[in-house]
Design a protein around this ligand. Structure first.
Ligand code: ATP
Ligand code: MG
Length: 444
C-alpha cells in the first residue's frame, strides 16, 4: 500500500517507516500538518497515519481537511498518552482508528493490515456493484440490494477455489440457485453438479445414493450402483437440508471431505473423487452443533465459507426487480401493471416462502388477470393458508435461539460492534454478551 506517515518525531518516522517498508509498503514521510495536506492534495494514498500533535496547525483541523479532500482514505490517528477524548473526537470526525503513544510498531502494522483487507473488500464490493448495476442481476440471481451484493461478492471469491460452502437461508431464498450459480461460474462448470437432499430420506437410502453400492451389498442390490459422489467427480455436489443428515452418515461424509475418499456400500475398494461440496440448510447449523445435534468437526469442514441468504423482507428494494423478472417469465410479452398501493402491500407482507412464494404469486396473479393487464393485490397476496410445512418447523428452543442470533446480529450492526453500547441496549453483562458473540460466531 502507499502510505503517508505524518509525524514530527524522527524516531517514530524512522523506525515505523522501516517497519512498514519491510512489509512491502511504500511510505512517504512528512513532519507537519500543512505538508500532510499538500501531499494528500497531490497524491493518492491508500492509508494515512497522522500524528495529531505536530507543529504548524491543529491536528484536528488537519484531519478535517484531509477528510474533505479524500473522504474515503482511511486515516489512523496517533495521539499522545492519555488523550482518549481527542481520539474519540477524531473517530467521530471520520478517523478509521487510533493508537496512543508510546506504541509498538506491531500495533500499527496490524491496523494497516486490517485496512488493506478493508480496501480489498471495498473494491470487490464496488466491482460487483458495477457488474450488477445495469442488468439488476448476477448470473440468474436477480437483485441488487446491499445484502445480495454481499452474496455475489462472496460467490466471486469462492468460484475460483475449491473450498466448501455452507449456504444458510429460509425457505425459498435461493439456496439451490446460488449453489448452481457457483457451479456454473466455476472451472467445474463442464462437469456435473449433482444434488441430493437429506430431508425425509432414510439413512440407508441416502448412503447408497451418495456412495453407491456393490452388487450383493444388501438384499435387492442386484447390480452395482455408482453413487452421486462418483458421478460428481471433477464437478460439484450440492447437499440440501444437511441438518437432517444422521450421525452415521455425517461421519462417513466427514471422511469424504477430509480425504476425498470413500468405499461403495458393501465394497472394499477405496474410491478417490475430486469434488467441491456445497451444503444448504434452513436452520442455523451452529445452534445444532451447540446442542450436539450436528458434528462440530463436520460443521467446520463445511463452513469454510458461510453464505447467509437474506429473506425478502430484508431486501425490499429487490421486490420490483423480482416482480419484473417473473412477469416477463410468466406473462410472455404482455405488459402488466401494478398499482403503487399493491406495491406497498407487497413490501409490507412478510413473504415466509420468499422468492419462491413471490414467483408463485406472480404466476397466479397473471393467470387470474385473464384479459386485463392489471395484477391485483388480492391475487398476488392470496397465500395458501399452510405455507409452513412440517419440515420448516423448528423446536421452540431452536426457534428462540434463531431469533436471538438474528437480533444480536442486528444490534451488533446497529452499534457497529460497540460492546459497551450493546450491553447497555440489550441489558446484559459483558460476559454474557461475549459468550453469545463467540457462541454464535457473530464477531468475525
Ligand atoms: N435471487 C433470485 N433471483 C431469481 N430467482 C430466484 C432468486 N432466488 C430464488 N429464485 C427462484 O425461486 C425459487 C426458489 O429458489 P431455490 O429453490 O433456490 O430456493 P431454496 O432456498 O433452495 O428453497 P428451499 O429452502 O425451499 O429448498 C426458484 O424457482 C428460483 O429460481
Ligand atoms: Mg432448496
Amino acid at each position: 500500500m502507499k502510505i503517508l506517515l505524518a509525524d514530527d518525531e524522527k524516531t517514530i518516522t524512522v523506525t515505523l517507516g522501516d517497519a512498514l517498508r519491510a512489509k512491502g509498503h511504500q511510505v512517504k514521510v512528512v513532519y507537519e500538518g500543512l505538508s500532510a495536506i499538500k501531499s494528500v492534495e497531490e497524491e493518492n494514498f491508500d492509508c494515512i497515519l497522522l500524528d495529531l500533535k505536530m507543529p504548524g496547525q491543529d491536528g484536528m483541523e488537519t484531519l478535517n481537511q484531509i477528510k474533505n479532500l479524500k473522504p474515503e482514505t482511511p486515516v489512523v490517528i496517533i495521539t499522545g498518552f492519555g488523550t482518549v477524548d481527542t481520539a474519540v473526537d477524531a473517530l467521530k470526525k471520520g478517523a478509521y482508528d487510533y493508537v496512543q503513544k508510546p506504541f509498538y510498531n506491531e500495533e500499527i502494522l496490524l491496523i494497516v493490515e486490517r485496512i488493506e483487507r478493508f480496501i480489498t473488500l471495498r473494491d470487490e464490493y464496488r466491482s460487483v456493484r458495477e457488474m450488477v448495476e445495469k442488468s439488476n442481476q448476477y448470473g440468474r440471481l436477480i437483485g441488487k440490494s446491499p445484502r445480495m451484493l454481499e452474496v455475489y461478492q462472496l460467490i466471486e471469491k469462492v468460484i475460483n477455489s475449491d473450498c466448501n460452502v455452507l449456504i444458510e437461508g429460509e425457505s425459498g431464498t435461493g439456496k439451490e440457485l446460488v449453489a448452481e450459480t457457483i457451479h456454473e461460474k466455476s472451472d467445474r462448470r463442464n462437469h456435473s453438479v449433482v444434488k441430493m437432499s437429506c430431508s425425509v430420506m432414510p439413512e440407508t437410502l441416502i448412503e447408497s445414493e451418495l456412495f453407491g453400492y456393490e452388487k450383493g451389498a444388501f438384499t435387492g442390490a442386484l447390480t452395482q450402483k455408482i453413487g452421486r459422489f462418483e458421478l460428481a467427480d471433477r464437478g460439484t455436489v450440492f447437499i440440501d437440508d444437511i441438518d437432517d443428515m444422521t450421525p452415521t452418515t455425517q461421519m462417513k461424509f466427514l471422511r469424504v471431505l477430509q480425504e476425498h475418499a470413500f468405499e461403495r456400500v458393501g465394497g472394499t475398494q477405496t474410491i478417490k473423487v475430486d469434488i467441491r461440496v456445497i451444503a444448504a440448510t434452513k436452520k442455523n447449523l451452529l445452534v445444532l452443533v451447540k446442542q450436539n445435534l450436528f458434528r462440530e468437526d463436520l460443521f467446520y469442514r463445511l463452513n469454510v465459507v458461510n453464505m447467509k441468504l437474506p429473506p425478502i423482507r430484508e431486501r425490499l428494494i429487490d421486490i420490483p426487480l423480482l416482480l419484473n423478472h417473473f412477469i416477463r417469465k410468466y406473462g410472455k410479452d404482455k405488459h402488466y401493471e401494478i398499482t403503487t398501493d399493491t406495491l406497498v402491500a407487497l413490501a409490507n407482507y412478510s413473504w415466509p416462502g420468499n422468492v419462491r412464494e413471490l414467483e408463485n404469486s406472480v404466476e397466479r396473479a397473471i393467470t387470474m388477470a385473464e384479459d386485463t393487464n392489471i395484477l391485483r393485490k388480492e391475487d398476488l397476496l392470496k397465500s395458501p393458508a399452510n405455507i409452513l410445512q412440517d419440515k420448516d418447523i423448528l423446536s421452540l428452543d431452536n426457534y428462540i435461539a434463531q431469533c436471538e442470533i438474528d437480533y444480536i446480529r442486528k444490534v451488533f450492526d446497529y452499534t457497529k460492534g460497540d460492546k459497551n453500547e450493546m450491553c447497555r441496549l440489550l441489558n446484559i453483562s459483558r460476559k454474557t454478551l461475549w459468550t453469545k458473540l463467540k457462541e454464535y460466531g457473530i464477531e468475525k
